[in-house]
Design a protein around this ligand. Structure first.
Ligand code: ZN
Ligand code: ZN
Length: 282
C-alpha cells in the first residue's frame, strides 16, 4: 500500500513528527509514503498561514522547506525499508503563480499537489473559518461561488505547476452545506454539473492528474474526494494520473481507507501513481 497525502507537524493543524509517521508506516507495512505538508503562498493570508519548524511557528515565506526536506532525508536513512517521497500540498490563489514557481525552483520535491483551499482569500476547507465563509462568501450566492471554484480549478490546472489536484470536490465539505436545505444548493449543483466536464477536459489537456482522498470517509461520508462518479468521468475524459492519499494529519490516520479505495480504482482500471523528482515512476 502507498499513501500519497500525509501531513506531519510542519502543518499547524497536524500532530506527529516525520519520524512518528514513518514508525506508523512501518507498523502498517506501507511500501511507500509521500509527505505533503501545506504551503499557502497567498500574501494576503500571510497573517494566518504558519509553518511549524522544530517547534517554532514561522511565516510561510521563510526557508522552512530546507528543514522539512532535511528531516525527510534523515527519516529515509532511519527507515530504509520504506520509500519516503518529498511532497508538498500548495494552496492555489489567483495571481500567486510566480511565488509558487519560485518556491518549486528553490526546493526539489518528488510530488506536488495543488489544492483549492481558499476562494478570494477566504478559507473554504477549514472548520475554523466557517464564520468567515458565512459572512463573506454566502452573500455572493451559490451560482457565483460554484463558478468561482471552477475558475480557480481551471487556473490551477492551466498554470501547470502541479502534478495532481487534491480533493477536487472539496466544496462538498463546507461550501455546499452553507446552503443545505435551500434552493441555492440545487443552483450550486447545477453549476458543478455544467463546469465539471470542461474542467476535466482541461486537466487531461494539461496532463494534470487527480488525487483520490480518503479523508471524507473518516468524516462519515460514503465517498472519497472526489466522488467515484467524478473519478469515472475523469478516467473517461483521459485524465492521468490518479494518486491515492489518506490526508492523515496524525499518525493514527495514516493509510486509512486506502485499501478499499485502491480496490475501487482497480475496478476502474486505475493503478495509483508514484512519483520521483516530479516524474511518474512505474
Ligand atoms: Zn487539502
Ligand atoms: Zn492535505
Amino acid at each position: 500500500m502507498i499513501d500519497y497525502h500525509v501531513h506531519p507537524d510542519y502543518s499547524p493543524d497536524a500532530a506527529g513528527s516525520i519520524r512518528e509517521f514513518c514508525a506508523r508506516a512501518r507498523e502498517l507495512g506501507l511500501e511507500e509514503m509521500c509527505f505533503t505538508t501545506h504551503f499557502e503562498p497567498d500574501p494576503l493570508r500571510a497573517g494566518f498561514e504558519r509553518v511549524i519548524v522544530r517547534g517554532e511557528a514561522c511565516p510561510a515565506a521563510t526557508d522552512w522547506a530546507r528543514y522539512y526536506l532535511e528531516d525527510i532525508g534523515t527519516a529515509q536513512d532511519e527507515f530504509p525499508e520504506l520509500v519516503i517521497r518529498t511532497g508538498v500540498e500548495i494552496g492555489y490563489e489567483m495571481g500567486v503563480e510566480g511565488r509558487i514557481a519560485d518556491f518549486l525552483d528553490q526546493y526539489r520535491f518528488d510530488f506536488v499537489l495543488g489544492a483549492i483551499h481558499c476562494l478570494e482569500h477566504v478559507s473554504i476547507s477549514g472548520s475554523k473559518e466557517v464564520g468567515q465563509m458565512r459572512a463573506l462568501l454566502v452573500p455572493k450566492g451559490a451560482e457565483y461561488l460554484a463558478s468561482r471554484y471552477f475558475d480557480y480549478l481551471q487556473a490551477a490546472v492551466g498554470c501547470r505547476l502541479f502534478d495532481c489536484i487534491a480533493h477536487l470536490d472539496i466544496f462538498r465539505k463546507y461550501v455546499l452545506p452553507l446552503w443545505a436545505g435551500t434552493p441555492e444548493a440545487a443552483v450550486f449543483n447545477r453549476v458543478v454539473g455544467e463546469r465539471l466536464g470542461p474542467a476535466l477536459e482541461c486537466m487531461a489537456e494539461n496532463s494534470v492528474g487527480i488525487e483520490v482522498n480518503t479523508s471524507a470517509l473518516r468524516r462519515g461520508e460514503a465517498e472519497p474526494y472526489p466522488s467515484w462518479d467524478i473519478v469515472r468521468r475523469a478516467k473517461l475524459a483521459g485524465v492521468e494520473p490518479f494518486t491515492l492519499g489518506s490526508d492523515a494529519h496524525r499518525p493514527e490516520d495514516l493509510g486509512k481507507g486506502l485499501e478499499d479505495a485502491a480496490g475501487r480504482l482497480a475496478e476502474l482500471g486505475i493503478l495509483p501513481a508514484r512519483f520521483c523528482a516530479r516524474e511518474r515512476v512505474e
